[in-house]
Design a protein around this ligand. Structure first.
Ligand code: PAF
Length: 278
């Protein structure tokens, strides 16, 4: 496993990989969800490249970038047994040198849901992912369904900017009780971690309603809110039942829909989602 930092070294390492290359972009502090993306990339490609970069431009001024968990040695130890060819660990100065002024905006898809709560977040995500794609030139790139809007934004960007690669979105990895794996779970204390299974329970309750024939989107949103309200430690920021493609809120579910939510446990903000009619 080659570990490279500079763009020049990344390019040299990439040139030495002959054949299909799967790419897993990450912000590090890897968990089983990331490792399942790496395993899928390994199964579907001759080579695998992983990037580890905590991208400052996707953090808002009120979101603590400096507190984002980091442990490079641990991440490398987790990746070594998985047959990864190259790990790229650029610095912020390399990605955004002085005078940097070029941004990628996926307009409408970046506005609702997470975008409404985190202005400029998806501009930062789309820009860094475009830069990572340009450098790594993967055959396929792997993302988790947990960040459903991110996956939608990246799929749109890849289509709009004609990136010659396939975006693969992998199922949400969950702990026992249904809590979606996330680097941020590390901030939860024991009671919060237990309480945080309410996200999955509320999504499951709305899905059960849908499966029993309910198509009124407001009824599904109310069901999610009702279950979330039953957990004293949970502070709901939003719940949504939106069209899967446009991410616009629905009145009635007809085709594919996305149930999603953001919920605080103390200062820790968790997100989760489920697809209906998929
Ligand atoms: O999902 C993440 O970890 C990040 O948003 C990504 C895609 C690596 C871009 O910084």
């Amino acid at each position: 496993m080659k570990i490279v930092a500079s763009l020049l070294d990344l390019r040299a390492a990439r040139l030495s990989l002959d054949g299909t290359t799967g790419f897993v972009p990450t912000m590090g502090y890897l968990h089983d969800g990331h490792l399942s993306l790496v395993a899928r990339a390994k199964a579907e490609n001759q080579h695998v490249v992983v990037s580890i970069f905590v991208n400052p431009t996707q953090f808002g001024a009120n979101e603590d970038l400096s507190k984002y968990p980091r442990d490079l040695e641990r991440d490398l130890d987790l990746l070594r047994p998985l047959g990864v060819d190259v790990v790229w660990t650029p610095t912020a100065e390399m990605m955004y040198p002085s005078g940097y002024q070029t941004w990628v905006e996926v307009e409408a898809l970046s506005q609702p849901l997470e975008g409404a709560m985190r202005p400029a977040h998806f501009r930062g995500v789309a820009t860094v992912v475009a830069k990572l794609f340009n450098a790594v030139q993967p055959t396929k790139a792997y993302f988790g369904q947990k960040d459903a809007q991110q996956a939608a934004v990246i799929r749109r960007m890849v289509a709009d900017l004609n990136f010659p690669l396939e975006v693969v979105v992998c199922p949400i990895a969950r702990a026992a009780g249904g809590l979606a794996l996330s680097s941020r779970n590390k901030y939860l204390d024991e009671s919060q971690r237990k309480g945080a299974t309410v996200l999955f329970r509320s999504l499951s309750a709305a899905r059960d309603l849908y499966e029993s024939g309910e198509r009124n989107a407001e009824t599904l949103r109310l069901k999610m809110k009702e279950v979330l309200a039953g957990e004293a430690l949970a502070q709901t920021q939003y719940v949504s039942c939106a069209d899967y493609d446009s991410l616009q809120e629905l009145d009635f579910v007809q085709g594919k829909a996305l149930l999603s939510m953001a919920v605080y446990f103390g200062n820790t903000r968790l997100i989760d989602n489920a697809i209906l009619g998929g």
